[in-house]
Design a protein around this ligand. Structure first.
Ligand code: BTN
Length: 261
């Protein structure tokens, strides 16, 4: 691990209390995991200017060029059973979507479970990695990436990625986005811990066009299904109705909007 500049902020919110800053890391999730393993407290955050091996869901990479985006990971230690951990992902997506809508006036959508989109283009993504021992969730690493100041993307990404700068027409301070995000995340995490999953599922469903009535194709492992979304289960899994009227519950998979493919 290279040497971070380490700050303790005076404001005692749950997030942004202890922040480890790096110029360059493989993945902020890697560093956060190392810190969690040696007992770092909830809310400890790792931020980097660039990632050399940024990763996304389903084994994909996350392009993390220097100073173009927000690359950060937060250690969470919620007292919940491992089965409830997927709701953390939805909670983070709700916080991000509300920030983008409220602060930046952007018409963002959430693609299940946690892609933040404008139209068909990805603005931000979330990768939650958990450590479980027997039936206990020891910690979760909430990795959040936001495309901020990219003026363009490589040809293979250009049709499917966007940035705050491309959407708003102005350069935006990366740290400003991070600080503002903590305010919404603080509030939603508190809601989750005090009221459980229901308000998160409810708000996610309001913010996402994928919640219900969306024709989708879903790749689950090596299998592909098509159907129409029919809401989330209380644990945040996606329900898809097939053409024969049967329902499938998706716990993990790659969802595509059938109309926009
Ligand atoms: C996805 O959309 O597939 C998830 C992307 C998550 C990217 C963030 S950037 C900070 C953290 N570190 C990583 O390596 N990944 C997450």
């Amino acid at each position: 691990m290279n040497t971070p500049s380490h700050t303790r902020a005076t404001m005692l919110r749950r997030f942004n209390n202890v922040v480890y800053r790096y110029e360059s890391v493989t993945s902020t999730n890697d560093i956060a995991r190392e810190l969690a393993e040696v007992g770092a407290s909830e809310g400890t955050t790792v931020v980097a200017d660039e990632q050399t091996r940024g990763r996304g869901r389903l084994g994909r990479s996350w392009v993390s060029t220097k100073n173009d985006g927000l690359y950060h990971s937060i250690i969470l230690r919620p007292p919940i059973p491992p089965a409830d951990a997927p709701v953390l992902t939805l909670m983070l997506a709700v916080g991000l979507a509300e920030l983008m809508r409220g602060q930046y006036r952007l018409p963002v959508d959430i693609k299940w479970p946690n892609d933040i989109l404008i139209g068909d283009c990805k603005l931000a993504g979330i990768l939650v990695e958990t450590e479980v021992m027997e039936d206990r969730l020891l910690y979760a690493i909430a990795g959040i990436g936001v495309n901020i100041n990219q003026a363009s993307f490589p040809p293979d990404m250009a049709l499917h990625a966007t940035s705050l700068k491309l959407e708003t027409g102005r350069a935006i301070d990366v740290d400003e986005v991070r600080q503002k995000l903590y305010v919404t995340l603080d509030a939603w995490y508190d809601t989750f811990l005090t009221q459980g999953a229901a308000p998160i599922i409810c708000r996610w469903s309001e913010l996402s066009s994928y919640a219900t009535g969306k024709p989708v194709q879903v790749i689950i492992g090596g299998r592909t299904i098509t159907g129409t979304t029919r809401g989330l289960t209380p644990a945040g899994a996606l329900i898809v109705e097939m053409s024969d009227g049967t329902h499938e519950t998706i716990f993990s998979g790659d969802v595509q909007n059938l109309r926009e493919r």
